[in-house]
Design a protein around this ligand. Structure first.
Ligand code: NAD
Length: 480
């Protein structure tokens, strides 16, 4: 059975404890590889390697750093099919999704930040003949990056690429649930000629190796994507140490459908935004609010389309949905479907575990589930489920739609469907959400900000915001 390794000081190494944990293929429900069960001792080695590499990496010209990161991007592109297969096997997502979204976006993240540093500028403030100020943005040192399982390489690269491009050295931890492509990235970094110790990748559990990264006094920055509860725990450790923190956390995203929308496009895109990646994208719309005059028409068309979503083994070309990521997660999602029934919800479609045939019989599959008849403030409509479950609720006025949309503790992403220009912008303005899509979903321009308000996070990733987060800004003032 394949044993993956930590990547420390440019070498692939076993954990110091010699202990490993099992890694499960969710499409078959069976162990297929093992990953290091790393701990604080491995973190210490990684930090020492990163500290040693920092003076070399940070002193390189931006062009030299850019070339190495572009090489990483190029190698991801060359190995795209191989990486997509690994991602799909590790996560349970359809191979087509990994091939067309996850891996290309990881490749593009490296290319974007590799070239962004060549074009970055810093402010200069002239004091009108009395002197001037300029801003230096300097790399910070050793930074920690911790990522989740839903878009494994994509979100891992979203942190690592700007951190490295800005001149820092990195100690990173992918989710223990989906470690494979981060391991393959280690091999790519070796091939790309990245100097030893610049990037270190440790595998293992959150409370041990993750916690040790957050607690380490020489790690000055923590960039974290994951659940809101974990983020809260991290902040409690990191804040008193005055670490710089970026937290990308949970969501419960509203999808507002007004009667004057482009109906067919709204239905089609809403099915995708509800169930892409088995509903396991932090940006998926999990609460659909529909103006009452088109509620029945929308509901019928939506459910009809959901019925045609094929759930199946990730490698089948016609599978639109694969397996959810783990047995625990499947049970959590099924538990929420039971809760929805207890809260008075009616299941319009789905609502159960699905069983495939042959080698996939023990995989973790759930049918796409549509629920109506729930109050906007019940637990099903307030708590993050993070699976293929969407609720649908009518509204009468724009004010009511906004009130229900804004009623949760979260504020990550929202979608608005209307052909009324004024309403589109007014609603976007009034939504408590870090990202608003008008008549589209998941359209990304890598220059734009990304992140949530309220309990969905602290800070923003994306574009120069991410690059600058990984620097310390210094104002230099000269008076004549
Ligand atoms: P999680 O919080 O359980 O784990 C995320 C990462 O944190 C993992 O690598 C885990 O090992 C690590 N971790 C756990 N405990 C830790 C600790 N005490 N110290 C340090 N690290 C620790 O989240 P998950 O289940 O992997 O991912 C799903 C969650 O991520 C959902 O809530 C989803 O909304 C969120 N998410 C948010 C975004 C965003 O951009 N806002 C993107 C993707 C996923």
């Amino acid at each position: 059975m394949k044993k993956i390794q930590n990547y420390i000081n440019g070498q692939l190494v076993a954990p110091l404890s010699g202990k490993y944990i099992n890694n499960v293929d969710p499409s078959r429900g069976e162990v297929y590889s093992q990953i290091p069960n790393s701990d604080a001792a491995d973190v210490q080695q990684a930090v020492a390697a990163a500290q040693k590499a920092f003076p070399i990496w940070s002193a390189m010209s931006t062009k030299e750093r850019s070339d190495i990161l572009l090489k990483v991007s190029q190698l991801i592109d060359e190995k795209l099919d191989f990486l997509a297969q690994a991602e799909s096997l590790d996560n349970g997502k359809p191979l087509s999704l990994a091939t067309h979204v996850d891996i290309p976006r990881a490749r593009d993240n490296f290319a974007f930040f590799a070239t962004a540093i060549l074009h970055d500028e810093a402010p200069f403030h002239d004091m009108g003949g009395k002197g001037f100020n300029y801003t230096l943005r300097q790399p910070i040192g050793v930074v920690g990056c911790i990522s989740p399982w839903n878009l494994p390489l994509y979100l891992f690269s979203w942190k690592i690429a700007p951190a490295l491009a800005a001149g820092n050295c990195v100690v990173a931890k992918p989710s223990e649930v989906t470690p494979m492509t981060a391991y393959l990235l280690s091999e790519i970094c070796q091939e790309a000629g990245m100097p030893a110790g610049v990037l270190n990748i440790l595998h293992g559990l959150g409370p041990s190796v993750g916690q040790a990264i957050v607690e380490h006094p020489q790690i000055k920055v923590i960039s974290f994507t994951g659940g809101t509860k974990t983020g809260e725990h991290l902040a409690r450790t990191a804040a008193p140490m005055f670490k710089k923190l970026s937290l990308e956390l949970g969501g419960k995203n509203p999808n507002l459908i007004f009667a004057d929308c482009d109906f067919d496009k709204a239905v089609k895109t809403s099915v995708t935004s509800s169930f892409a990646n088995q509903g396991q994208i932090c940006l998926c719309g999990s609460r659909i609010f529909v103006e009452r005059s088109i509620y029945d028409k929308f509901k019928t068309a939506f459910v009809e389309r959901v019925k045609s979503l094929k759930v199946g083994p990730p490698t089948n070309a016609d599978s639109r949905m694969g397996a959810v990521v783990s047995k625990d997660h499947m049970e959590k999602v099924l538990g929420y479907i039971e809760l929805a029934k207890q809260e008075g919800g009616t299941i319009l479609h789905g609502g159960e575990r699905l069983y495939m045939e042959g080698e996939y019989a023990n995989g973790f599959y759930i049918s796409p589930t549509v629920i109506e008849g729930l109050s906007y403030d019940c637990r099903t409509n307030q708590e993050e489920i993070f699976g293929p479950v969407v609720t649908i609720t009518p509204f009468d006025t724009e004010e009511e739609a906004l009130m229900m949309a804004n009623s949760t503790q979260y504020g990550l992403a929202a979608t608005v469907w209307t052909e009324n220009l004024n309403r589109a912008h007014r609603v976007a303005n009034n939504l408590e959400s870090g990202i608003v899509w008008i008549n589209c979903w998941l359209v990304r321009d890598l220059r734009t900000l990304f992140g949530g308000m309220k309990n969905s996070g602290v800070g923003r990733e994306g574009g120069y915001e991410a690059l600058h987060f990984f620097t310390e800004a210094k104002n230099v003032c000269l008076s004549y």
